[in-house]
Design a protein around this ligand. Structure first.
Ligand code: MFK
Length: 598
């Protein structure tokens, strides 16, 4: 049989990422004042069209970066070559205002919602250019809060520019070989450049230092500047003797493009050979007398860089959700065209209940994560505009690490289900779900692994859990009208468990701490879904979508019930098992450890 004979697989068309999305238009309708929604909706629609008809094709021009370390004269040059597609996608992100929108703040505190909607739409086709955008956004915020006037004028203005011929991107260098997420082991040292009068030398940008060290994971090797932690005090003081520096990658930093930029004492030791995010130039960098500007108060580097951590964590969550959006759309679109045999004839997959039960479960996960992510984006917007109450600041602090960890875990397994919805075709590289999964696996690791975020949640909960509880109220009559008593009772059960578990002294058993993060994630996502149902019912009535939203909410709570209904008593029983850590070791290594060697 010739290939063009016999059964032909019908191509599927992916749908518009904004207008045909099952949650975004309704959710923005709830979260944004009408004047802002009408102002931005055409941009979102056009951007969605542009992604489908233009950005997607750029993927063919995206390839891994390469490095030329030596020139023909044997000189070390470390020239980094990124692919044409990567550069084009970065330019698009700049022109679309991914970083500009939240910093221009034309929609006031709602600008973050607008900006993150674009992140969500773009994520699945972005080949991770959102990673440098995340760091650029975070660094722009650090400069706004801590930079000198000159840094703000010269550098921040370029970080938030929409003109790709002027715009700068930024990286962040924290990770080093000894520590990973534990920055207390940082080896990079900063020495002040002293003038004859023995004071720290500075130009208008700030106090100048020379950095010497080795940065192990730099994902923004093609950026213009970076922020880096380096030691300005004794090693024994751990992370309390780290300061934050602004590092130009090439000198002179300005004018850019400069006629002959030279490296700022930075050599690329190696490009990383990663499982995914192949287009992103991640490198190991050696810093030798690298000029840098002090950006934090001395030895307060970790605290000063935290806006970068929190903003990139939110980008990470939106990237997980955005990649799931695209994988789900592929699976949905395929189900419309793929015919299978059923007794008595043929049927598209969309009419096969067994298939639709899988797609509905994935859609519910997607919607729950989307509601959760936008809930936190709204809080960040308020915080940055000085409009957040103390309670909202506390919720933002507590829930940012929870969202990032929760979304990274849930999105990848849901994407695996999307892949299976296409059978063998889903496993093909050309479909793209494989790349989305590979790229998103990193969201479980960078910017803090799930366990690092568990510890961050515990640290944040010390001050904030009570206010989180105070923020929740369930309107009783509507619960009855909507027949949601059972779901709300599960949520209340979980809230009581969390309330008891987060009472000081906090449970220190590692297993329970990890479980608490997921319990808090499920509960928060349920509460955000619930808020949306109530809004649809009270504000939109029969015009609205609320009956579908109510089903989504009930089903989400139903599938999370096992998690939501865990008892404090059960948690305590687990926590009280002092031998659990020892048991874990025995289970993992299959042997009883010899007591003296424990
Ligand atoms: C698509 C987009 C994806 C994004 C990709 C970006 C790629 C970037 C590539 C990378 O570089 S990945 C590696 C990034 N590294 C990390 O994310 C570090 C993970 N480690 C942590 O988050 C640790 O928890 C931390 C380094 C912050 C711990 O450092 P310390 O010095 O042991 O923390 P400490 O002493 O607990 O906190 C210092 C202060 O900061 C405290 O305040 P006080 O001094 O007032 O007590 C903390 O409360 C505060 N703090 C810590 N984390 C905070 C925070 N404040 C606000 N938000 C936070 N998240």
């Amino acid at each position: 049989m010739k290939v063009e004979e016999g059964f032909q697989i019908v191509p599927y068309d992916e749908s518009h990422p904004y207008t045909k999305d099952t949650v975004l238009p309704q959710l923005l309708n709830r979260l944004l004042p009408h004047k802002y929604l009408s102002e931005i909706e055409s941009d979102l629609t056009e951007f969605g069209d542009f992604i489908v008809h233009h950005c997607r094709n750029i993927g063919d021009k995206v390839a891994p970066p390469q490095i030329t370390q030596f020139n023909h004269l044997g000189r070390r040059v470390d020239r980094l070559h990124t692919s044409e597609g990567w550069r084009e996608l970065k330019d698009i992100a700049v022109r679309e205002g991914i970083v500009a929108i939240p910093h221009e703040r034309k929609q006031e505190e709602f600008s973050r919602i607008y900006g993150f909607t674009k992140v969500l739409l773009f994520a699945g086709d972005s080949h991770e250019v959102l990673c440098p955008m995340a760091m650029t956004d975070g660094v722009a915020r650090v400069l706004e809060l801590s930079g000198t006037e000159q840094m703000k004028r010269e550098i921040r203005s370029r970080l938030i520019s929409r003109d790709s011929s002027l715009a700068f991107t930024a990286g962040q260098w924290m990770s080093e070989r000894p520590g990973g997420s534990d920055v207390s082991q940082t080896e990079t040292k900063a020495l002040s450049i002293t003038s004859t009068s023995n004071s720290v030398e500075s130009d208008k940008r700030g106090s100048l230092y020379l950095l010497d060290g080795f940065k192990w994971f730099s994902s923004a090797t093609d950026s213009n500047i970076s922020v880096a932690l380096a030691r300005t005090g004794p090693f024994a003081s751990g992370s309390r003797s780290l300061s934050l520096f602004l590092v130009p990658l090439r000198l002179p930093l300005l004018p850019q493009p400069s006629p002959d930029p030279t490296s700022n004492g930075i050599t690329i030791h190696r490009l990383k050979n990663k499982l995914g995010t192949h287009a992103l130039p991640t490198a190991e960098l050696s810093l030798n007398n690298t000029k840098a500007y002090l950006l934090s108060p001395l030895n307060e580097g970790v605290k000063t860089i935290t806006p970068v951590l929190n903003i990139t964590r939110l980008y990470s969550a939106f990237t997980s959700v955005g990649c799931l959006r695209r994988a789900l759309d592929i699976a949905r679109s395929y189900a419309l065209v793929r015919q299978i045999s059923i007794p008595g004839g043929q049927s598209p997959l969309k009419d096969v209940p067994l298939h639709m039960t899988v797609l509905a479960d994935i859609t519910i996960t997607y919607q729950a994560l989307t509601h959760f992510a936008f809930g936190i984006a709204a809080l960040l917007g308020k915080s940055e505009c000085g409009k957040a109450t103390g309670n909202e600041e506390a919720r933002l602090r507590l829930l940012t690490p929870v969202l990032k960890a929760f979304a990274s875990e849930k999105a990848v397994s849901a994407m695996e289900d999307c892949m299976t919805c296409l059978g063998g075709l889903g496993y093909m590289e050309e479909v793209g779900i494989g790349r989305l999964i590979r790229d998103c696996l990193v969201e479980k690791i960078w910017e803090g692994t799930v366990n690092v975020l568990v510890l961050d949640m515990i640290r944040a909960s010390n001050k904030t859990f009570t206010v989180f509880m105070e923020s929740i109220s369930c309107p009783k009559e509507q619960i009855q009208d909507l027949k949601l008593e059972e779901s709300i009772s599960a949520i209340n059960h979980s809230l009581n468990t969390l309330k008891e578990a987060f009472k000081p002294p906090l449970i220190s058993a590692p297993f329970v701490q990890r479980l608490l993060l997921f319990l808090l994630g499920h509960t928060t996502a349920s509460i955000y879904l619930f808020e949306h149902v109530i809004w649809g019912y009270t504000e939109q009535g029969s015009e609205g979508h609320w009956e579908i939203d109510r089903n989504v909410f009930k089903r989400y709570v139903g599938t999370s019930l096992e998690n939501l209904c865990i008892d404090l008593e059960k948690l305590m029983r687990i926590a009280d098992r002092k031998s659990r850590s020892k048991d874990d070791t025995e289970i993992v290594y299959g042997i009883k450890p010899i007591a003296s060697k424990l």
